[in-house]
Design a binder for this molecule. Structure first.
Ligand code: BTN
Length: 237
């Protein structure tokens, strides 16, 4: 896979509300941007409108702008590829749709958004949040989160973490369909058996991942296929 980081700037900010929001503004105003990295986010965005904690200097918070994949048929596969790249870079696992986990706890998460540029073309912007150097977490997430320091005793600066992830990302073959990614994903996959809350409140137990990268789960003894936008992890992560 290829990012725009070689051909456009990476902006590094001391503090910002959200790198996703900052990238959205830049793209809309016509800026050709490779990415935005912030040492701190005051209003980091997670999936489903949740808050994402990004304490100063302790985590990676970066939004990568994939102008080169503006016409990608399945932009969510870019986020899943980045999850695999994170797992390869830091001896972690992936959990559908694109969480990065160690020992069943969340090391990082990925948020893929399609944001309009000055011409109204939709550009995939993939936000990567990774816990790096935290030695503890707020009570709210203490039971479900883990950092690289806690897991591996490894201290990494945010820009170094990004470099390691992008190095792995570039070794992945171009991903157009799930089958292009499946064999990489399966090596790191920790999804099977996890509980997901579906958008109608029912609970599904993960069985496998289907031919379009959708989750196949068991719901009350029946097999159902679930898209990423329709399922929330309900326990552990
Ligand atoms: C998740 O809920 O698992 C996804 C979390 C994504 C967080 C990252 S941090 C960098 C980027 N900027 C944001 O505001 N969110 C994403």
């Amino acid at each position: 896979m290829t990012s725009s980081l070689h051909s456009a700037d990476l902006i590094v900010l001391e503090s910002v509300d959200s790198t996703q929001r900052y990238a959205a503004e830049q793209i809309k105003s016509g800026e050709f941007l490779g990415g935005v990295l912030a040492l701190e986010q005051t209003e980091g965005k997670g999936r489903f409108g949740r808050k994402w904690h990004s304490p100063s200097g302790e985590c990676l918070a970066v939004s990568l702008v994939f102008t080169n994949y503006a016409k990608h048929p399945r932009p969510y596969l870019i986020g899943m590829s980045l999850a695999v790249a994170c797992a390869r870079a830091f001896r972690a696992q992936v959990q559908w749709p694109n969480d990065v986990v160690i020992h069943g706890r969340k090391l990082g998460g990925i948020l893929t958004e399609l944001l309009p540029n000055a011409e109204g073309q939709l550009i995939p912007v993939v936000g990567v949040g990774l816990n790096l150097n935290q030695s503890s977490f707020d009570d709210e997430i203490a039971g479900v989160a883990i950092s690289l320091v806690m897991a591996h005793g490894l201290e990494v600066e945010p820009t170094e973490a990004l470099a390691r992830i992008m190095q792995q990302f570039e070794t992945l073959r171009e991903v157009q369909t799930w089958s292009d990614l499946a064999h990489y994903w399966e090596r790191y996959d920790a999804t099977e058996g996890k509980r997901y809350t579906l958008n109608d409140g029912r609970i599904g137990i993960a069985k496998s991942i289907g031919p379009d990268g959708e989750l196949i789960c068991d719901v009350d003894g029946h097999e159902e296929r679930v898209l990423a936008a329709d399922a929330l992890m309900s326990s552990a992560v």
